[in-house]
Structure formats: structure tokens, C-alpha cells
Design a protein around this ligand. Structure first.
Ligand SMILES: *[C@@H]1O[C@H](CO)[C@@H](O)[C@H](O)[C@H]1NC(C)=O
Ligand SMILES: *[C@@H]1O[C@H](CO)[C@@H](O)[C@H](O)[C@H]1NC(C)=O
Ligand SMILES: *[C@@H]1O[C@H](CO)[C@@H](O)[C@H](O)[C@H]1NC(C)=O
Ligand SMILES: *[C@@H]1O[C@H](CO)[C@@H](O)[C@H](O)[C@H]1NC(C)=O
Ligand SMILES: *[C@@H]1O[C@H](CO)[C@@H](O)[C@H](O)[C@H]1NC(C)=O
Ligand SMILES: *[C@@H]1O[C@H](CO)[C@@H](O)[C@H](O)[C@H]1NC(C)=O
Ligand SMILES: *[C@@H]1O[C@H](CO)[C@@H](O)[C@H](O)[C@H]1NC(C)=O
Ligand SMILES: *[C@@H]1O[C@H](CO)[C@@H](O)[C@H](O)[C@H]1NC(C)=O
Ligand SMILES: *[C@@H]1O[C@H](CO)[C@@H](O)[C@H](O)[C@H]1NC(C)=O
Length: 394
């Protein structure tokens, strides 16, 4: 009797649990394919059931179901070994990730590349011997928790020192090669140095059409990888033709025939090794004489405006002539620049209540120390004033 009761109880509970699970799975499967052993809603995935457990990091079908997930919590999964970018890339709004008490052994260097909102990463109590800084390079991490992993006292883990959470600062140990452990916060390794980057010169100030040489020197250990980023996402590719030659810790960028289109660009030399990443830039200040790109007939806004666009570096001085006579600017007639894009200055010759005496040819002269350009436009603001019935001029 005594032995039968516990068995019966377990049986009943077991039945009830499986029955409920079956119903839940049925419901969940209609909306989204949540992996067995996990619970999913629109914003959260949690996998805590040990049996049968998940074999891979959970991925939902269809892909769009992963977009709104902000939280993933995984625990007690003995068959989970790896996290890589293929698992993570669709969780573009993920903020919190906890993977704890699993056999997680490997996190790829691009694992969180597409998780730019990831803030909280808890990887406690796993089997990680190393974790690369590159895994979190694109994230927005503020908390990283790693205690309870067999972390090695190795150069590729040294970056973790600056990330140590207050709760782990003293407690997080790393394993020494010859046996024994040490607080990671006190680990120093002589052949493990953060990259230092120097770009010379910091500014290239030369005439358009000239050639320039920019040198990027780096130091660091292990020897850092060097690269120039000449295409940033918010700029078109560099117009100036260029060559790059690398000799060990130095990369020389040769710019051939500097193009005015590249004026104002910053070119970045970046160096990275397993300790971290660093960069330095050169600013292109490309000098060229002014050009009047556009000069239009007056348009009426609140006031009248003779619109123009000029380029030039340094910024051109602008002068106007009316019928060949220098126009003295004052409160009612003045040049205004409304917008500066790259090296283009967009503006107006602004005229408040112009009359027929202001009609005629307007000449714009743009000049800087390297030259000048001029352009003409004819303006017709008003007819000869009407005379009204009383005979007075309006
Ligand atoms: C998902 O579940 C979590 C707790 O399990 C809850 O806090 C959250 O509000 C739920 N989200 C939605 C969208 O139902
Ligand atoms: C994600 O959230 C947005 C806004 O709340 C909602 O319109 C959309 O349907 C959600 N997508 C999925 C796949 O649940
Ligand atoms: C990365 O996230 C963006 C949204 O931020 C998403 O549109 C894109 O599909 C994701 N990339 C991959 C490879 O899944
Ligand atoms: C995400 O992690 C932060 C930091 O621990 C926590 O405060 C927050 O409640 C978590 N968010 C969710 C939805 O669990
Ligand atoms: C832990 O990781 C090591 C490699 O670092 C591996 O040899 C070992 O099998 C892993 N142990 C478990 C339980 O996954
Ligand atoms: C990054 O995290 C901070 C809080 O730590 C938050 O205010 C900010 O909006 C986050 N940025 C992105 C792009 O998610
Ligand atoms: C850059 O490296 C070159 C060659 O190693 C060296 O001649 C030069 O002095 C270095 N410049 C600086 C500023 O370190
Ligand atoms: C710049 O982008 C072009 C394509 O847009 C690519 O072919 C080229 O390799 C890129 N150059 C660098 C230095 O990244
Ligand atoms: C503009 O007009 C003036 C006469 O008003 C003339 O001397 C000059 O050559 C013209 N300039 C251009 C660029 O057409």
C-alpha cells in the first residue's frame, strides 16, 4: 500500500502534466513553431525543461516570429553546445539573453553580429573556455555574466577584464595552464597588448588633383590585422583612386589625384587582434576653386529669392553685381546660405519687397584664394507700377 501510493500520485500528476502540455503544444503550434521543451510568446522564449531538452539554440518558424523576441531564457539544456550567428541573426530586437547550466562550449566570433540591441548577456555555469570580444562587437552590451565557466587564463579572454560585472569582479576565476586558478581581474600577460593605431598625417590639406600618402602604424600583441575603411555605410565609395600597401605593422594609403567629391571625408585605419580593436583617422581637406553649380531666376517665397548653389574649398566669398554695379548688401537685400552639403553651399540672394528698380541682370561672383567663378541671371520683379484711379502710385 505504502509503495503503491507514491507511484499512483506520480502517475496521475504525470498524466495531467502531459495532457496539459499536449493542449498547449497544440495551441502554440497553430501560431508559431515553438521548439519542444520551450515556451514562447510574442516577446519571450524560455526553455527550461530538461527532458527531452533542446539540441540546438531555438529558432522559430516562420522567421518573422523571431523579430519581436526581446528575451530568451535557456537553462538546464545538456545537449546545447553552440551559439552562432545562424541561430541569432533573426533576433534583431533581442535585449536579454540568458543561457545557463548547459554544455555551451562554443560561441562563434560573429554570434551576436545582428543583435545590435543586446544589453544583457548571462552565460553563467556553462562550459566556455574562451569567449571572443568579436562576438559582442556589434551589440549594445551593458552586462556580461560569465562565472561558472572553465575560462582559461588566455590572451583571448583578457578583454573580459574591462567587462567584469561588480558581482563577479573578485569571483571570476580563470584556469592557469599548469593547473590552478587566478582571479581574471588580476591576470596580466606580457605578450597580450591592446592595439595602438597612429595615422600620419591627421589631416591632408592639398589641392584637388594632387597625390597624397597617408601612413598607418600600429602596435599590439599578437600582431594586429590592419584595414582601411574607405567605404562607410553612410558614404559612397571613395572617388579618388587609391592603392594600399601593407608591410607588417604599417599600411600606406596612396591617394592619386584627390577628387573634390571626397572633401571632408574621414578615412579610418583600424587594427584588431584577439585583445581588441582600435582605430585612427585622416581627414581629407581638399582645396579647389569655386564653381557656381546653379543660379536660377528669382522665385517668390515670403520674400524674393535668387537661388544658387556654389562649391569651393575654402568656402567661397560671394559678391553680387546688379547691372554691373557692386550690390551693397543690407537688411533688405542680402545673401543667405540655407544648407551646406559636403562642400556645396545652397542659398539665396534674398530681396524684401523688390520693385521695378531692382529688375535687371544679377551677376554672382564666387571667389577663394584658388580662383573665382561668375554667373548671370536676369530678374524681373514687377512691372512699372500701376496708377490707380485717384492718380497716386501704389
Ligand atoms: C510573455 O511572457 C512573459 C513572462 O513569461 C511576460 O512577462 C510577457 O508579458 C509576455 N509577453 C507577451 C507579449 O505576452
Ligand atoms: C511584431 O510587433 C509589431 C508591433 O507590435 C506587430 O505589428 C507585428 O505583427 C509583430 N510581428 C510578429 C511576427 O508578431
Ligand atoms: C538582421 O537584422 C535586421 C533588422 O535589424 C533584419 O532586417 C535582417 O534580416 C537581419 N539579418 C539577417 C541576416 O537575418
Ligand atoms: C532584462 O535584463 C535586465 C537586466 O537584468 C532586467 O532588469 C530586465 O528585467 C530583463 N528584462 C526582462 C523582460 O526580463
Ligand atoms: C567542455 O569543453 C571541452 C572543450 O573546451 C570539451 O572537451 C568537453 O567535452 C566539454 N564538456 C562538456 C560536458 O560538454
Ligand atoms: C543601448 O542601451 C542603452 C541602455 O544601456 C539604451 O538607452 C539604448 O537605447 C540602447 N541602444 C540601442 C540601439 O538599442
Ligand atoms: C611608422 O613606422 C615607420 C616604419 O616602421 C617608421 O619609420 C615611422 O617612424 C613610424 N612612425 C611613427 C609616427 O611611429
Ligand atoms: C568598397 O565597396 C565596393 C563596393 O561598393 C567594394 O567593391 C570594395 O571592395 C570596397 N572597398 C573597401 C576598401 O572596403
Ligand atoms: C554677365 O553679364 C555681364 C554684363 O552685365 C557681362 O560682362 C559678363 O560677361 C556676363 N558674365 C557671364 C558669366 O555671362
Amino acid at each position: 500500500m505504502h509503495r503503491a501510493r507514491p507511484a499512483m500520485t506520480t502517475g496521475v500528476h504525470g498524466m495531467a502534466r502531459w495532457g496539459l502540455c499536449g493542449v498547449l503544444f497544440g495551441l502554440l503550434r497553430l501560431s508559431s513553431a515553438c521548439p519542444v521543451s520551450c515556451f514562447c510568446n510574442a516577446s519571450r522564449i524560455s526553455c527550461i525543461d530538461q527532458e527531452p531538452g533542446i539540441e540546438d539554440f531555438p529558432v522559430l518558424v516562420p522567421e518573422s516570429d523571431m523579430e519581436n523576441i526581446t528575451d530568451i531564457y535557456i537553462s538546464n539544456q545538456k545537449r546545447l553546445f553552440t551559439i552562432n550567428e545562424d541561430h541569432m541573426k533573426f533576433y534583431s530586437n533581442l535585449r536579454n539573453l540568458t543561457v545557463t547550466n548547459t554544455h555551451l562550449t562554443f560561441v562563434s566570433t560573429l554570434a551576436f553580429f545582428n543583435n545590435s540591441k543586446l544589453q544583457y548577456l548571462n552565460l553563467r555555469d556553462n562550459n566556455l573556455s574562451t569567449l571572443s570580444w568579436m562576438a559582442i562587437r556589434n551589440s549594445n552590451l551593458s552586462t556580461l555574466l560569465l562565472s561558472g565557466n572553465p575560462l582559461q587564463c588566455a590572451c583571448e579572454n583578457i578583454w573580459i577584464q574591462v567587462w567584469l560585472d561588480d558581482s563577479e569582479r573578485e569571483g571570476l576565476q580563470c584556469l592557469l595552464e599548469g593547473g590552478g586558478a587566478k582571479a581574471l581581474s588580476r591576470l596580466t600577460l606580457p605578450s597580450c597588448k591592446y592595439p595602438h593605431v597612429e595615422v600620419i598625417p591627421a589631416v591632408v590639406s592639398l589641392m584637388a588633383g594632387s597625390d597624397a600618402t597617408v601612413m598607418c602604424n600600429v602596435s599590439g600583441s599578437p600582431t594586429p590585422e590592419l584595414s582601411w575603411s574607405l567605404n562607410s555605410s553612410d558614404h559612397p565609395p571613395l572617388s579618388t583612386s587609391h592603392e594600399i600597401s601593407k608591410i607588417e605593422l604599417q599600411s600606406v594609403l596612396t591617394l592619386i589625384g584627390l577628387s573634390p567629391d571626397d572633401n571632408g571625408r574621414e578615412l579610418t585605419c583600424s587594427a584588431e587582434n584577439i585583445v581588441g580593436q582600435n582605430e585612427a583617422s585622416v581627414l581629407l581637406n581638399i582645396l579647389f576653386p569655386p564653381t557656381i553649380v546653379q543660379l536660377y531666376q528669382p522665385v517668390r517665397n515670403q520674400d524674393w529669392c535668387i537661388p544658387f548653389t556654389v562649391t569651393g574649398n575654402p568656402k567661397p566669398d560671394l559678391h553680387w553685381y546688379h547691372e554691373g554695379k557692386l550690390l551693397e548688401e543690407q537688411q533688405y537685400i542680402r545673401t543667405e546660405i540655407h544648407e551646406i552639403t559636403d562642400t556645396e553651399y545652397h542659398g539665396c540672394l534674398q530681396l524684401v519687397i523688390p520693385t521695378h528698380i531692382h529688375n535687371g541682370i544679377y551677376t554672382l561672383v564666387a571667389s577663394n584664394e584658388f580662383g573665382e567663378d561668375s554667373g548671370n541671371v536676369s530678374a524681373h520683379f514687377m512691372h512699372i507700377p500701376d496708377v490707380d484711379h485717384s492718380g497716386t502710385v501704389k
